[in-house]
Ligand binder design. Structure first.
Ligand code: F6P
Length: 354
């Protein structure tokens, strides 16, 4: 058993629906089960640069936050105390302020920290752990691409948002006989595009894991035309790798525009592009995400109570387990191009441009 009296909670990286549910669950379990004091650290590890900004998380403070998107603690996807960027004499300099961050945690009376974040935040957390800070991690990303856990909270809510958007886009595409390209998030992996594409009845899905050609996409559109279907929905993950034929016409971000331009030129169809962007990270978490986030939050508190630091909670075979953060970081969970989900999609005629 660990000798804990006070814990800190920080959220780092991009926000995801369910962060507040983790904060609430961890705070409640810490107070109700263990009688610990809980301190909210604002804006990820940046909050420990200015400890005076930290505040106590009481039961009252976390009341009513379960259905709220975002994070009441604030977050950043730029803060790294090992490479802290600051301006000195008009010049940008990078400094390692990790010792200061650890000292400030101790100054606040924090015995252990729960860091809720994606791969980048867990990596920073692990480096702080190696320097002596007691930490446990809770994985987070709407992209669902962390290999250590079967699911991350936020993904299910994002799927609902994207599926709803595709449903709505369907009616316009069908009414106007258009091709509509829907760009979704997924910086490295195509989980959102694949699952929301299947759920929303997309006709073509482009993901980073499957190389594609413009010809193959246009062949799908032409085949649909011949079958009397004069509209096509193309779902594109933002992280796709453009084939060389399209690189010359690329007009930068968002990549969906390049796909839309290319289809417009070669498929002789009217094309529109819809980039869903950050609406995918917002909104109230789905019931699934609320439950998973609550399980993760309580499990993180239990790890601290057991003195089991340097671990991250994860979902495996439906159960909550603890994995070594050191082993969890840096491993992406990619879509298997030969896997059951892709084969299912192909079996119902969805094209991947391959
Ligand atoms: O990692 C989650 C994610 O939503 C990615 O899919 C996306 O590329 C990125 O965050 C966007 O981050 P930002 O908020 O900095 O634009």
């Amino acid at each position: 058993m660990s000798n804990i009296r006070c814990i800190g909670i920080a959220t780092g990286g991009g926000d995801a629906p369910g962060l507040n549910a983790v904060i609430r669950a961890a705070t409640k379990a810490a107070i109700l089960k263990y009688n610990w004091k809980v301190i909210g650290i604002p804006d990820g590890f940046d909050g420990l640069i200015w400890p005076e900004k930290s505040f106590e998380l009481t039961l009252k403070e976390v009341s009513g936050i379960l259905p709220r998107g975002g994070t009441i603690l604030g977050t950043t996807n730029r803060g790294n105390p090992f490479q802290y960027k600051t301006e000195e004499n008009g010049q940008e300099v990078t400094r390692d302020i990790s010792d200061q961050v650890i000292a400030n945690a101790h100054k606040l009376g924090i015995d252990a920290i729960i860091t809720i974040g994606g791969d980048g935040s867990q990596k920073i957390g692990h480096e702080l752990f190696q320097k002596g800070l007691k930490l446990v991690g809770v994985p987070k990303t709407i992209d669902n691409d962390l290999s250590a856990t079967e699911v991350t909270f936020g993904f299910d809510t994002a799927l609902h948002t994207v599926t709803d958007a595709i449903d709505k886009i369907h009616t316009t595409a069908a009414s106007h006989h258009r091709v509509i390209v829907v760009e979704v998030m997924g910086r490295d992996c195509g989980w959102i595009a694949l699952e929301a594409g299947i759920a929303g009845g997309a006709h073509v899905i482009l993901i980073p894991e499957i190389p594609f050609t413009l010809k193959s996409i246009c062949d799908c559109i032409a085949a649909r035309e011949r079958a009397g279907k004069h509209f096509t929905i193309v779902v594109v993950a933002e992280g796709i790798k453009l084939p060389s034929e399209l690189k010359q016409m690329a007009r930068g971000w968002p990549v969906g525009n390049t796909i839309g331009d290319a289809i417009g030129l070669f498929a002789n169809k009217e094309v529109r592009v819809s980039v869903l962007g950050h609406i995918q990270r917002g909104g109230s978490p789905s019931p699934y995400d609320r439950v998973l986030a609550t399980r993760f939050g309580v499990a993180a508190v239990e790890l601290i109570a057991e003195g089991n630091f340097g671990k991250m909670v994860a979902l495996r075979a439906g159960a909550i387990v603890a994995v070594d953060v050191a082993r969890a970081i840096g491993h992406l969970k990619s879509v298997d191009p030969e896997g059951e989900l892709v084969r299912t999609a192909k079996a119902i005629g969805i094209g991947f441009g391959d």
